[in-house]
Write a protein that binds this ligand. Structure first.
Ligand code: SF4
Ligand code: SF4
Ligand code: SF4
Length: 503
């Protein structure tokens, strides 16, 4: 067998003086890095730096280091590019990867700063004053009719034109992640947490497992081009239906679930054969125009007694025009996924080089819908690397109603961003269907950690709102005046609708 030119990316170091020789590292590693011959022996070439063994080693004697093997400096040919050429020369294949774009593109969120109140418009203490984080997902009427309630108050008139909205206790939901790409305990953790938090999880394009039926009020069921698991019963088992047109990590291409991840339960849930690859095509074969999309939206509405129907798209160059068409087609929300969005599996070349930042997409879409007088007709969900409550607040100030978190949710469950999701061997039991790995996630434990994360961000959002002197998250939405940019060029600032700091 010819020798590989690719050197290991990481070095696994074991301090054998401290090692108990218990073999736990052998058992914990999903990628079979270790063999055991009186003591654990690592094969560096298989290590993905997922840190499962490090976390579970009782002697704390494992260290994972970057392989500091020197390559001659070359500002044009980075080591990663050279490795890519060697790998493709060996395999002749498309390089797959998992999680989001890790290239050092500018992070716009990191160049935006929020305002705070000082003297004349006082800040609010969120510990002592009510601070409203509740928001509603869906179409809002331009005007409503009210009638007297007979007690000096008012109530909505019959047929006041109010359409079904979904109440969210906080403006955060869980991103679409399909059963198949993630394990069932992950789905159960997300559903349980969504119920406790009064928010939503999203099935992704993978059908709905029977274990999740009790969480119908907290689930968005997705309809993707593969139509996996879609029938009228499925559509009615969620609070809303989402048509997936695109995904931030892989705009313009379809989905691919490797056959190794399709066990009996996944196959039944997704209504696909066991063990063979599930490919969702790039386009929906019944959508070639906004009129086609409108037909699908209204078919789903008819089938579900007019539940909210949203459309998810990847953030691409003409995202504002696409979003406008989607709203005019009758969607109740537009879900925008930026180029940093995560994925279970994507060609690396697509993930790293297609799409636009979510910050620009939110601002462009919000502005376009306002300019056209249709902003009230649909909510905006923003996703694609929302990393903290600061990103959340900035996304809302740019114009989003709600953010969706996927990578952060998986990190709450143990993910260490090793980017090996496409292999189906996740040591943390998240993006795998191997029973010996999936059982590592206890849904009760998972739900508690997810609930903690979202609660912590919600408290921080209240602090931010207090500092801004507003007492409701709805008052922050689209308030770009409360943002300032630092280190962004003029044109980017113009698209964002944000002035430079100091002005
Ligand atoms: S888990 Fe730690 S202590 Fe146990 S065999 Fe592996 S390195 Fe040694
Ligand atoms: S892949 Fe993860 S569990 Fe396996 S050796 Fe590397 S860090 Fe440890
Ligand atoms: S989900 Fe698992 S495989 Fe994917 S990046 Fe996280 S730790 Fe790695």
């Amino acid at each position: 067998m010819p020798i590989s030119l690719i050197q290991p990316e990481f070095k696994v170091h074991i301090d054998y003086d401290k090692c108990h020789k218990c073999g736990r590292c052998v058992q914990q590693c999903g990628w079979s890095v270790y063999s055991f011959n009186e003591r654990p022996i690592p094969d560096d070439s298989k290590c993905r730096a997922c840190h499962r063994c490090v976390t579970y080693c009782p002697a704390h004697c494992i260290t994972i280091r970057k392989n500091d093997l020197a390559l001659r400096d070359n500002a044009n040919w980075s080591p990663a590019l050279r490795q890519g050429v060697w790998r493709q020369a060996e395999t002749g294949g498309v390089m797959l990867t998992g999680m989001g774009n890790d290239k050092p593109y500018l992070s716009i969120f990191d160049h935006l700063l929020l305002d705070a109140c000082q003297v004349t418009n006082p800040s609010i203490d969120p510990l002592r004053e009510p601070m409203e984080l509740r928001t509603y997902l869906g179409r809002k009427p331009s005007a409503v009719e009210v009638t007297s309630d007979g007690n000096g108050g008012f109530r909505l008139a019959e047929g006041a034109g109010v359409q079904k909205n979904i109440k969210l206790d906080v403006p955060i939901i869980f991103s679409p992640m399909s059963y198949g790409s993630v394990s069932l305990p992950v789905h159960r953790s997300l559903a349980m947490a969504a119920e406790r938090l009064g928010i939503l999880m999203n099935t992704g394009e993978g059908g709905l497992h029977a274990d999740l039926y009790p969480y119908a009020d907290n689930v968005i069921v997705q309809v993707a081009s593969g139509r996996f698991g879609v029938d009228p019963e499925y559509l009615n088992r969620g609070a809303a239906v989402e048509i997936k047109v695109g995904q931030g990590a892989k705009p313009g291409i379809g989905g691919h679930l490797p056959g190794e991840k399709i066990n009996r339960e996944v196959s039944e849930t997704r209504m696909i054969p066991q063990g063979s690859d599930a490919i969702s095509p790039a386009p929906h074969h019944d959508i070639y125009s906004i009129e086609d999309l409108r037909q699908l939206i209204y078919s789903i509405k008819e089938a579900t007694d007019y539940k909210p129907v949203g459309v998810k798209i990847a953030a691409v160059h003409n995202v504002a025009a696409i979003a406008s068409g989607i709203v005019r087609a009758g969607a109740d929300y537009v879900h925008l996924d930026g180029f940093r969005g995560g994925t279970g599996a994507a060609p690396q070349i697509i993930r790293d080089h297609i799409g636009i930042p979510i910050e620009l997409a939110i601002a462009a879409v919000d502005q376009r819908l306002r300019d056209e007088g249709i902003r009230n007709q649909a909510s905006i969900i923003a996703a694609g690397s929302i990393r903290s409550s600061a990103d959340l607040a900035k996304a809302i100030a740019l114009g989003a109603d709600v953010v969706a978190i996927g990578s952060a949710a998986l990190m709450a469950l143990g993910c260490h961003m090793c980017q090996g999701c496409h292999t189906g061997s996740c040591s943390w039991g998240l993006t795998t269907q191997k029973p010996e790995l999936t059982r590592r996630v206890d849904p009760e434990w998972g739900a508690e950690r997810l609930t903690n994360l979202v609660s912590a961000w919600s408290h921080e959002l209240q602090e931010i709102l207090g500092a801004l002197g507003v007492n409701a998250v709805e008052s922050l939405r689209g308030s770009r005046e409360r943002l300032r940019s630092i280190g962004l060029d003029e044109q980017t600032g113009r698209i964002l609708g944000v002035k430079p700091a100091g002005v």
